[in-house]
Ligand binder design. Structure first.
Ligand code: SF4
Ligand code: SF4
Length: 108
């Protein structure tokens, strides 16, 4: 699932630079997450980086955006292609190959 930022956000600016997908931006009143760009950090990190740094714990998963791990990996691949990045063998092989140890996890 993509994550979302609740109205408990205090606009501390900490999460925005931590997002590897540039999914976080300032909204009309508080920060917001673009669900089309949020992969839960899949493809970059083992855990969502924004959640790790948020001081008020206001970034839950969005229950309206249910996505499988495979779908998050697919979103990651699309973002990489759109950014003009060359896909490594690990990215093309996908999470199964990484999980099995056949491929190293791709770095950001
Ligand atoms: Fe960005 Fe990762 Fe947070 Fe999604 S979970 S908004 S990709 S830092
Ligand atoms: Fe808001 Fe948390 Fe991001 Fe700070 S880290 S801007 S409180 S969502």
């Amino acid at each position: 699932m993509a994550l979302l930022i609740t109205d408990e956000c205090i606009n501390c600016d900490v999460c925005e630079p931590e997002c590897p997908n540039q999914a976080i931006s300032m909204g009309p009143e508080i920060y917001q997450i673009d669900p089309a760009r949020c992969t839960e950090c899949v493809g970059h990190f083992d855990t969502p980086q924004c959640v790790q740094v948020c001081p008020v714990d206001c970034i839950p998963v969005d229950p309206g955006r249910a996505e499988t791990n495979a779908q998050l990996w697919a979103k990651y691949r699309v973002l990489q292609i759109a950014a003009g990045n060359t896909l490594s063998e690990a990215i093309v092989a996908g999470p199964e190959a990484v999980a099995s140890g056949l491929m190293p996890a791709p770095s950001s």
